[in-house]
Design a binder for this molecule. Sequence first.
Ligand SMILES: Cc1cc2nc3c(=O)[nH]c(=O)nc-3n(C[C@H](O)[C@H](O)[C@H](O)COP(=O)(O)OP(=O)(O)OC[C@H]3O[C@@H](n4cnc5c(N)ncnc54)[C@H](O)[C@@H]3O)c2cc1C
Length: 432
Amino acid sequence: MLESIKELQSSLRDLSVRLLVFHADPLLVFQTLHSQCKIETVYSMEETGLDITYRRDRALQVYFKSAGIKWREYQSNGVQRGRRHRATWTSDWHQYMDQPQQHPDWSQWRSYSSPLLSELALPPADLSVRADHVFQVGGESVAQERMAGFLRREIHQYQRHISKPLTSREYCSRLSPYLAWGCLSIRQVYQALEHEPSRKLSRSERAFGSRLRWHCHFIQKFEMECSMEFRSYNRGYRKLAYNTNETQLQAWKDGNTGYPLVDATMRCVQETGYINFRMRAMLVSFLCNHLWMDWRLGVEHLGALFLDFEPGIHYPQFQMQAGITGINTIRVYNPIKQALDHDPDASFITRWIPELRGLPAPFAREPWRMTQIDQQFAGFQLGRDYPHRIIDIEETGRRARQILWDMQSDPEVIQDSRRILRTLTNPVRNNL
Ligand SMILES: Cc1cc2nc3c(=O)[nH]c(=O)nc-3n(C[C@H](O)[C@H](O)[C@H](O)COP(=O)(O)OP(=O)(O)OC[C@H]3O[C@@H](n4cnc5c(N)ncnc54)[C@H](O)[C@@H]3O)c2cc1C
């Protein structure tokens, strides 16, 4: 965020526009600014955020009204406020994406003379960024560069690598943080992909294009039912009782479950803020299916680690991967099979779990298979160098599947699934 703001600040400075940045209670900021230089109108995007940002907006709305300030909010990424159902949503979305991009004429802002920061009774924000971080760099220019490069090169191999934890880092677009923080809009990416309407898109290009729509589809869901931040959105699942074993939860959070692919994934996210879709789904499945924990125990932990945290995608995806929506296929991920399929030579695992380096790939994927002699030869001791498995996934997977399948015939689940299909999904696709 800071890198993005700094870049915006410097590009606006080139146009002689000053960007004031505050890190303070927004109500206080607006009150102070208004008292010192009368504000006529506030312009913003319509944010589909968390309860905390919703409450902020409500407080600002009350203040703006009392102070006679107009507030103009603009639709963001084709997500529509106040919708009650999804009929025509897809065609509306395409129509929105086909509209021309805005290119504001900043020259008209030049004459505006803003007060000096020092004249305002507000502390300026600290914009210093840690130089040693390993996250993707923020800002519009790097986002534009990545988009152009991806659409020119990596997209052609996109589908081949999308599920691989290691190579997806190069062959997926990695645009999610830029989309989440507003360095790029979905419309910009959509139009860059579809820049020649007569050209037939390849399978990989179409797969990527669909995901741009999914981005907005999920946010639309959350916009229409934001209580899913706090509760399972299918009411039928709210009665389930869960395991509350603190030690197991901590092992999941720390990347110490004894399942190498799960642990490598968590450690990778902790370090870099990014992992591909399949591994995110596996992390959730491990927590909610294998450890049988309430999704709310992990949703904030992962959200806080993701550089691309987008509430409108994160919450519905988390519940979907936990298998508690009643409308999606139940998928209990087996981390051993995932490792065999998507990291057969254990290169991702050993990249993030140095303790397992030097072991042959089959043992790095399943260290518990090593006999005492194997361990001696490898100079490795299970339980000392790397934890024992905290659960047996054969058993936990069977139990989770059984409960989740049984829940599919629960009358309350069925009834609420109908409501969800009617209101939150595309009626054409679901034959409604
Ligand atoms: C539990 C869980 C939590 C998630 N949380 C987030 C989140 O907070 N923010 C976020 O942007 N994505 C989230 N995703 C979706 C997906 O994993 C990421 O969008 C994707 O991995 C980002 O990498 P990329 O930009 O290289 O994606 P690409 O594969 O290059 O896709 C391009 C863009 O399409 C969108 N997209 C891709 N896959 C999905 C999807 N399955 N659902 C919705 N949109 C998608 C993203 O905007 C992405 O940047 C989550 C998935 C799961 C399973």
